[in-house]
Design a protein around this ligand. Structure first.
Ligand SMILES: NC(=O)c1ccc[n+]([C@@H]2O[C@H](COP(=O)([O-])OP(=O)(O)OC[C@H]3O[C@@H](n4cnc5c(N)ncnc54)[C@H](O)[C@@H]3O)[C@@H](O)[C@H]2O)c1
Length: 388
């Protein structure tokens, strides 16, 4: 498979980026979509992106030409007949994905590996429609796929270990940071990151601080590149809210993942973020920037409350065998640009200090949302660290 032909299905936000990444890694790539207009848009987008890289001196003109020549675009699924690997990035709908994979299995060779870029459906549920689900797995890129280094590789219950291993090697050779994780809701990043948004919203809802103050605390005290509200406005409140709601439902309504009314109301009002000119902040031309209350005691309280919940979630992902401690830390630094891996951060802050903070919150609120993870308790009991 190392230099075999790669197929990408769905020429939207993710598919176009994934196709470009594979073509830049030297593969012949066929990008298909059932919408011809969308294909043309993707072709223009990829060409523009390559031209910009040349302009900025990041790649040579000859290389850009090579990459363009590696790519072909088609509305016909049968163009994937020679593929060694096909990655699906179409609409997030199980029935539509099933229809596609059933057709695709008739077209590709027996050896061809099949993958989905799904964010929220289980790999087991998509693969169940295949005659041979052992060659099917999740390959989850982050947006924008050309820039974000992380890729989560997710074997389903039916996936063969050999296929998982060969895909891990292949995607690593595409210059990506690969983490292998269990087929559980949100995989690593979309699960572990939930408190960054959820606890920030909760602090706001309790009236403890406004959006600007919470963002200030997380950037100044925590060193995060963006505060939670600025980031939610970037992602879009519709998308971010839907991820939270999906993860919440998939975890059988575990209160740790409870969505927020504040975000839901912003979504319902059409305050989606930058894309609509207004989200938690106003992006119109004459809008006044909101001033943060730069009270260091309040800032410290906000940062500590959010960081201990993030650490607790990272510990839970390890405790429940979703991924190794190193993989969880890599996922958060390479997938969402956290300034440090959460478990290394816990080691630095002191696991006993983190546990105490969580116990205090749990005692104050009496809510399961704050229950300390058993792995954190074990690390404290043994006087050990998360990352050795
Ligand atoms: N957008 C993100 O940030 C993001 C990040 C990671 C993963 N994902 C996942 O990637 C997948 C695609 O998401 P997106 O944001 O790129 O979507 P998108 O809406 O931008 O693109 C989807 C594309 O698929 C095409 N399509 C739909 N049905 C098709 C079919 N039956 N056959 C061929 N083409 C079809 C559409 O024409 C469209 O061009 C989803 O599974 C999503 O969960 C999205």
């Amino acid at each position: 498979m190392m230099k075999g032909q790669i197929g990408v299905i769905g020429a939207g936000t993710m598919g176009a980026g994934i196709a470009q990444v594979a073509a830049q890694a030297g593969h012949k790539v066929v990008l298909t979509d059932n919408n011809a207009e969308q294909l043309l848009k993707a072709e223009n987008q990829i060409n523009t992106s390559l031209d910009k890289l040349v302009e900025k001196g990041k790649i040579a003109e000859a290389f850009a030409q090579e990459v363009k020549a590696n790519l072909s675009y088609s509305i016909h699924l049968y163009e994937h007949q020679d593929a060694a690997l096909v990655i699906e990035a179409i609409v997030e709908n199980l029935t539509v994905k099933h229809e596609l994979f059933k057709q695709l299995e008739q077209i590709v060779s027996q050896q061809c590996v099949l993958a989905s870029n799904t964010s929220s459906l289980s790999i087991a549920s998509i693969g169940a429609c295949l005659q041979n689900p052992s060659r099917f797995l999740g390959i989850h890129f982050f947006n924008p796929a050309t820039l974000m280094p992380l890729v989560e590789v997710i074997p389903g219950v039916a996936t063969s270990a050999e296929i998982t291993h060969s895909i891990e090697t292949l995607i690593t050779n595409w210059n990506k940071t690969v983490v292998v994780c269990k087929d559980t809701p949100g995989f690593i990043v979309n699960r572990v990151a939930r408190p960054f948004y959820g606890e920030a919203l909760r602090i706001y809802e309790e009236g403890l601080a406004d959006f600007a103050t919470i963002d200030w605390a997380m950037t100044q005290m925590g060193g995060f590149k963006m505060g939670p509200f600025t980031l939610m406005d970037y992602i879009g409140n519709d998308i971010n809210y839907t991820v939270t709601e999906t993860v919440f439902a998939a975890f059988y309504y575990d209160p740790r993942f409870k969505p927020s009314f504040t975000q839901k109301r912003h979504m319902e009002a059409g305050f989606l973020g930058r894309k609509t000119g207004r989200g938690f902040y106003d992006y119109s031309e004459n809008a006044q920037a909101s001033a943060a209350n730069e009270d260091s005691q309040l800032g410290t309280y906000i940062f500590e409350r959010i960081i201990v919940l993030l650490i607790n979630e990272a510990a839970d992902a390890v405790f429940m065998q979703v991924a190794s401690p190193t993989a969880v830390d890599l996922a958060m630094t390479k997938g969402v640009n956290y300034p440090k891996g959460l478990l290394a951060w816990a080691d630095e802050l002191g696991p006993a200090w983190v546990l105490k903070k969580l116990e205090n919150l749990f005692e104050e609120y009496g809510e399961d949302r704050y229950r300390p993870n058993p792995l954190l308790r074990k690390v404290v009991r043994e006087g050990s660290k998360f990352i050795s």
